[in-house]
Each structure stands twice: as C-alpha cells, then as structure tokens.
Design a protein around this ligand. Structure first.
Ligand SMILES: NC(=O)c1ccc[n+]([C@@H]2O[C@H](COP(=O)([O-])OP(=O)(O)OC[C@H]3O[C@@H](n4cnc5c(N)ncnc54)[C@H](O)[C@@H]3O)[C@@H](O)[C@H]2O)c1
Length: 315
C-alpha cells in the first residue's frame, strides 16, 4: 500500500483517480481549493481521504501536502484555453507557479514519482498528423504555454534532481463528472447538457475540426500504468494519452443528438481565439512504454457519458 497525493482531486479527472486508488486500497491525500472542482465529487468519500483544502499557489501548504507521500498525480490547474486568454494572470499563477511549488514539495519531501497532467494543446496548429511526442511544440494560447512549461519543469526535475516525473499529454478527455454548465466547459459536456435541456448548441467554426476524444476510463488507466511502469522506461518522458482516432465536432454533435433524442441541427459561430484546429494522437509511445491501450471507445464512451448526465441532471 502506497501513499498518494492527487492535486485537483475534486475535479473531473482527479476525482476519478481518487476513486480508482481508494478502490485498490491505497492511502489518498487530496489537495484542492475547489476553484473549478466540486465538493460533491468528494462528499461520498470524505471520511476515506485526507483533504488539504489549500491553493497550489501557497508554496508552504503544497510542501505540507507532499510530506509522507510516495506518488503524486498533478491534475490541479485552471484547465481552460478561453479562460487563459481572458485572464492570463491567474492561470499563469496556478498552472506554472503552482506546478513549480508542487515539484519543490515533491523534491523536498522525497516523493518517488510525479505523474503530470500535460496537454495536447502543446502541439498547436502545426502541420503533421498524427501528433508524435518528438514534434517541436508550438503552443498557441497562454494555457498551452503554461501546460508545456509544466512539462519542461517536470523533465528538468528529473534530469537535475533524479525525481521520477512522467508527463501524460491528454487529448480532449470526456466522461462523467465533467462540468457541463460553465462558460469554460469542454465541448462534449456542454453539448450533451444543452441537448438534454432542449437548447441548440453552437459550434465555433465550421464543425469540421477534429478531436481525439478520449473517455475518462482510458485516462485513469494511463495514470495507473504511468505510476507503475519501470523508471528506465518512463521517467523524464512525455506520452500522448488518447485513442488515436479523429472525430469531427459535426460527427460528435450528430451522435450526441441521436443519443439524447435532440432533433435540431447546430448553430454555427466564429472560431475562437487560441483553439487548435485539429487533434489526433499517435499513441505508440504510451503503448510501448506503459502498455497502454484504450479500453473504452468513442461511441461507448459517449453512451456512458450521456447516461450519466441524464441521471445527474434529470429534471
Ligand atoms: N479535460 C481535458 O480534456 C484535459 C485535457 C488536457 C489536459 N488536462 C489537464 O488535466 C487536469 C485536470 O483537468 P480536469 O478536466 O479534471 O479539470 P477540473 O477543472 O475538473 O480539475 C482541475 C482541478 O484543479 C483544482 N484547482 C484549480 N486551481 C487550484 C488551485 N489554485 N489550488 C488547488 N487546486 C486547484 C480545481 O478545483 C479542480 O478540482 C488539468 O491539469 C488539465 O490542464 C485536461
């Protein structure tokens, strides 16, 4: 049994990781200030976790949260491109300074490994699909720069201090608990909820932009593999975590409309600043080094997600 710290453990991805670790009997500490994460994600398990309700921007509090910890999943962030465009300063403080505090905490407390939630936004709009980890990053938005800076810090802490760090570049994750009703919500969650409420979603751009949508269960699996893989295979490295399939927003809209019984076509609006046009991952590296293979496909993931939103938001 090992001791785990999950930053952002009240959030969409973090709370699924917390649950997966508790299910296997691990000790779990959560660091979160509920900036975008929800208390209800932790309520059923509050008596089984050690909750540190502090901010990643508080270096001393982050260090305390790292004490006695073996493994860290660093999910905490302000995870939104448009929010980083509108308000770059807070997302810089949380995503870059917060990640630095976390690494310092990990180093000073002697943690063994940090698995970092990196982002496919690092690739930007450069030509060449699928995206391979060896491509030079071309971040477009403040958010993309911040998440990439976190990767560089992770790699530097491995090279300089020997801390085992593993960066997982997530590609458009979706599933239960993704917040659907914030102006910064991911497209899949927002569309599903609006359709269930009988409202017509707007697609920004022509809808032919593609995404490598990845169900949350695949991400949890990738994280568990990343923490267990031999250091010589994964430490200091970056891995795409996705399905290796491209689905356009128009296709996604059509499937969601079928699953929710929504009869109307989408509205279209202007493309948004900082959004990447396409995303499609090569997942060979994760396959080879982590033994990762996606377990839940796009359509099955959509079905599960719509079912969850229906239960959660019925009436
Ligand atoms: N969802 C995706 O498609 C996706 C894609 C690429 C990368 N990521 C990364 O995955 C991670 C998790 O994202 P998510 O989708 O679960 O988002 P989320 O908003 O649900 O989770 C982020 C968590 O971080 C917490 N947090 C924010 N600011 C904090 C602070 N100052 N101190 C402590 N905690 C703070 C929030 O309260 C929340 O619980 C993020 O690092 C994000 O950048 C997500």
């Amino acid at each position: 049994m090992a001791n785990y710290l999950i930053t952002g453990g009240a959030g969409f991805i973090g709370s699924h990781l917390v649950q997966a670790l508790l299910d296997r009997g691990d000790q779990v500490r959560v660091l979160d200030n509920f900036e975008t994460g929800l208390r209800k994600n932790l309520e059923p398990i509050l008596d089984r976790i050690d909750l540190h309700e502090v901010s990643l921007t508080d270096a001393d509090a982050v260090l305390r949260a790292c004490e006695g910890i073996d493994f860290i999943f660093h999910e905490g962030a302000l995870p939104s491109v448009p929010r980083s465009v509108k308000e770059p300063r807070p997302s810089h403080a949380i995503n870059i300074d917060g990640t630095f505090h976390l690494l310092e905490g990990a180093r000073q407390s002697g943690a063994r490994r940090v698995v970092y939630a990196a982002s496919s936004s690092a690739y930007g709009n450069q030509p060449g699909f699928p995206r391979v980890e060896t491509m030079a990053p071309q971040p477009l938005s403040p958010y993309a720069v911040q998440k990439l800076t976190g990767e560089l810090y992770m790699q530097a802490y491995h090279r300089v201090y020997g801390l085992e760090t593993v960066c997982l570049r997530y590609f458009n994750i979706f599933g239960a608990r993704q917040v659907p009703d914030s102006p910064y919500s991911g497209v899949m969650a927002r569309f599903a909820l609006m359709m269930m409420r009988g409202e017509r979603p707007t697609i920004f751009g022509d809808g032919e932009q593609g995404r490598d949508f990845t169900h949350i269960d695949n991400v949890v699996l990738a994280n568990l593999l990343a923490v267990e893989a031999p250091a010589e295979k994964v430490a200091g490295r970056v891995f795409n975590i996705a399905c290796g399939e491209r689905h356009t927003l128009n296709q996604t809209y059509a499937l969601l409309a079928t699953l929710t019984g929504f009869p109307h076509p989408p509205l279209y609006g202007p493309a948004r600043d900082g959004d990447v046009r396409d995303s499609l991952a090569d997942i060979t590296a994760a396959r080879e080094a982590l033994g990762y293979a996606p377990q839940v496909g796009f359509e099955e993931g959509l079905r599960r997600t719509v079912a969850w939103y229906r239960d959660e938001f019925a009436g």
